[in-house]
Design a protein around this ligand. Structure first.
Ligand SMILES: Cc1cc2nc3c(=O)[nH]c(=O)nc-3n(C[C@H](O)[C@H](O)[C@H](O)COP(=O)(O)OP(=O)(O)OC[C@H]3O[C@@H](n4cnc5c(N)ncnc54)[C@H](O)[C@@H]3O)c2cc1C
Length: 410
């Protein structure tokens, strides 16, 4: 096999972090190619109707912005908070179309698996000698054709939105959840937009106690104001008193959502019923009535709720199947790369705005020159912010560029 150049970098995922990595890599003289399984910004498009908590000034990557501005792009109002769709339309799509990037971004190219050419997972354990063999990525195109791509460094910025958590107690599937999963929703359905007819006039169970679930409940409550018969059974594992604590939140969008959520939990909306301290035990679907019977345990008491639809918003986690054949040391609690996970647990900041950013040394894996960046690097930890990811990119790309220069003979 003809070896690729030492400065080759493969990036997985055309979200904001993968694209920033591509822009930064060009600036640092790396030969970068990015592989995206869907369209540019597929994940933010999936929650396109949701307004972000953070304003544009926190959402733009410095390298991306410089490239865009050099091509005549003007930044949106930096104090406004974009929706997911605006993030893609105003920023990610123009970025991916730039002359210097467009031929390096390969959409509809799914990375199926990543290994090291000629090395098994348990060869040369923890040795830097592994870096002498290029990574080998199996990439599948839209027509199902598969090819290998080789590179001397890989960044996995494939996000978490495609791998939602289960509804069941202890994080495992509830009874029949696996079987019924294709007909439940695990994402942020646009219940006031294209999915309105599905939810209007029906009783929906929303499971989860984070910002995603609160966003869904708020949208369904608005639908209930407009369409009689629409109702929400909101099920949370945590009791109401410990959810959405009031604090001096500097992000107005988040502050407003949490205020609304506290109102719903306190019974302020007639269409929203809350069941707190509940474990989801199982689902039954009656194909004659098209209704679900959801079995809950509230304390020691069994309880059954009948609903027409179920939305599971219990968060998202990292899919490690891509790099199963690499030497990645994962955290046993969060499934994020171990060093970063330990640093985050140690920081115990409790809020994304105050979580410190950790450098390339903490992002490193036993597998040399392989990095998990962006939302995926946080595993199940929900405190990830784009600002953090952009700083990860800068640190790692500078290090890779320095290492590549050190290896190229003068
Ligand atoms: C509803 C919601 C609101 C959020 N609001 C904010 C906010 O206000 N502020 C903030 O800073 N952060 C926010 N976040 C968190 C975070 O910034 C986003 O999740 C952001 O999209 C993460 O960017 P990313 O580039 O790491 O990954 P993603 O945007 O998730 O992109 C990953 C990409 O990888 C692709 N991909 C996945 N697997 C493969 C594969 N095998 N091969 C090829 N491509 C693949 C996907 O199709 C996707 O395009 C929010 C998250 C959600 C879900």
């Amino acid at each position: 096999m003809q070896l690729p150049a030492r400065n080759t970098l493969a990036v997985v995922g055309a979200g904001p972090i993968g694209l920033e990595a591509a822009a930064a890599a060009l600036d640092h003289g790396l030969d970068v190619h990015l592989f995206e399984q869907g369209e540019v910004g597929s994940h933010p498009l999936g929650w396109g109707h949701v307004r972000m908590f953070t304003p544009w000034r926190m959402n733009l990557g410095p390298h991306s912005r410089t490239h865009l501005e050099a091509a005549g792009w003007t930044a949106p109002d930096l104090d406004a908070c974009p929706t997911g769709a605006e993030l893609v339309g105003r920023y990610l799509e123009p970025l991916a179309k730039l002359a210097e990037l467009k031929d390096r971004i390969h959409t509809h190219s799914q990375v199926v698996s990543i290994g090291r050419h000629g090395l098994l997972k348990d060869d040369l354990i923890g040795s830097l000698e592994r870096a002498e063999r290029p990574f080998r990525l199996l990439v599948r195109d839209q027509g199902g054709r598969e090819n290998y791509i080789h590179a001397f460094a890989v960044m996995d910025a494939s996000g978490v939105y495609a791998t939602p958590n289960w509804a069941g107690t202890g994080g495992i599937p509830a009874r029949s959840e696996i079987y019924l999963r294709p007909q439940l929703s695990y994402h942020l359905d646009d219940v006031l937009g294209p999915r309105r007819e599905v939810y209007a006039g029906h009783r929906t169970m929303v499971i989860g106690g984070g910002p995603t679930a609160a966003t869904t409940v708020a949208a369904l409550a608005k639908l209930a104001d407009e369409v009689p018969g629409t109702a929400v059974a909101w099920v949370t594992h945590t009791p109401a008193a410990s959810l959405y604590a009031a604090k001096d939140d500097p992000l107005p969008e988040r502050r407003a959502l949490y205020e609304k959520a506290r109102g719903f939990l306190a019974g302020a909306h007639p269409a929203v019923t809350h069941v707190g301290g509940a474990e989801v035990e199982g689902f039954e679907f009656n194909s004659a009535t098209h209704r679900y019977r959801v079995q809950l345990a509230v304390g020691d008491q069994p309880r059954v709720e009948e609903v027409d639809l179920v939305i599971v918003n219990t968060g998202y986690g990292a899919d490690d199947s891509l790099y199963r054949e690499l030497q990645v040391h994962e955290c046993f609690a969060t499934r994020a790369p171990m060093k970063l996970a330990t640093a985050l647990l140690g920081a115990a900041a409790g809020d994304c705005l105050t979580t410190p950013v950790f450098g390339a040394d903490v992002l490193a894996n036993p597998e040399p020159r392989f990095y998990v960046l962006g939302h995926k690097s946080y595993g199940r930890n929900p405190d990830f912010l784009l600002e953090t990811g952009y700083r990860q990119v800068e640190d790692v790309v500078s290090l890779l560029a320095k290492e590549s220069r050190a290896r190229v003979p003068a």
